[in-house]
Design a protein around this ligand. Structure first.
Ligand code: BJW
Ligand code: ZN
Length: 250
């Protein structure tokens, strides 16, 4: 199957902007991990096509049926454990090296940006590799795979939960404040592989735009944000991001 060509004029325009800018932010979503084989949420093969978010990704679901919720997260941990960062993740890790002012805000919980070597990462929806105790607040990384069907807190014996943000839950206030600050101060924002519909994450793109940043969307499809973007690069992020980085290397 032939690959869709990526518009060279726009690619060059985005490279020029990146060359001129010290402050760059990327906001990533599930699409950046799709080429690693991690399912997205809302695409044709997305998780929410097969599973009901209300039964798996809300605090009420966990209260009602923690076994089912843990079974699902154990399955996802197993799936992600076998996956590797793709050229899109690696390009963003390389961007951080040549632009120390670069911040990566991710909605992803798969940990692949960290595995790719990015350091300045704000995981605003948490991580499937951390467990948290609602009873005593203890939170720690745990890569045991699979975890017991109902994992218990080593400190107080309470029932642990995945350290992710479910629907109806607030995001970590300090992570969110930092994210809005960097979005408001950035010169360029790359909005990559997100449907841009889940709040408050989607508002970060609007925040950057309304604060004067040049906002670039990189996605295989259009989103509700596309019409606001200063440039839209249509195609897989695993192809586009390395091309952008090629032109930036010192
Ligand atoms: C590619 C590609 C390739 C593919 N290259 N691109 C109405 C009713 C009820 C609630 C709400 C409502 N309106 C607003 C809300 C609030 C709600 C919300 O936004 N809901 C919307 C669905 C409408 N938000 C919340 O509840 C948030 N909390 C909150 O608002 O707190 C305040 C509050 C407190 C109390 C009461 C009410 C409010 C929390 C949101 C938490 C989201 N959690 C999840 C699960 C995380 C844990 C886990 O993974 O298990 O986060 S849901 C899921 O969506 C996950 C993602 O991070 C998030 C965003 O999805 P993302 O990353 O954009 O993925 P997709 O699949 O949607 O899109 C993939 C994109 O990639 C597509 O565009 C593809 O085209 C593209 N793509 N391949 C480039 N190769
Ligand atoms: Zn505890």
């Amino acid at each position: 199957m032939s690959e869709t060509p990526i518009d060279p004029t726009w690619l060059a325009a985005v490279q020029d902007k990146l060359k001129q800018s010290a402050r760059i932010v990327a906001l990533t979503g599930a699409g950046i991990s799709a080429e690693s084989g991690v399912p997205t949420f809302r695409g044709a093969d997305g998780l929410w096509k097969q599973y009901r978010a209300e039964e798996l990704a809300t605090p009420q679901a966990f209260d009602r049926n923690p076994d089912l919720v843990w079974e699902w997260y154990n399955w996802r941990r197993g799936l992600v454990a076998e996956k590797k960062p793709n050229p899109g993740h690696l390009a963003l890790a390389a961007l951080e090296k040549i632009r120390p002012g670069f911040t990566l805000i991710t909605q992803n919980v798969d940990g692949l940006h960290l595995l790719a070597g990015s350091h300045n990462v704000l995981e605003i929806h948490g991580s499937i590799w951390r467990v948290r105790c609602p009873a005593c607040g203890d939170c720690s990384e745990d890569r045991t795979n699979p975890l017991p069907p109902l994992p218990l807190c080593p400190k107080c014996g309470g029932l642990l939960r995945p350290d992710v943000v479910w629907f109806g839950e607030s995001l970590d206030p300090s992570l969110l404040e930092t994210s809005f600050q960097v979005a408001a101060l950035t010169e360029v924002m790359l909005v990559i592989g997100t449907s841009a519909i889940v709040q408050p994450a989607a508002s970060l793109a609007w925040q950057a735009k309304s604060s004067g940043a040049w906002v670039v969307e990189i996605n295989i499809d259009r989103t509700p944000f596309s019409s606001q973007a200063d440039a839209v690069l249509t195609g897989p992020s695993g192809r586009i991001l390395p091309l952008l980085l090629d032109g930036l290397a010192p």
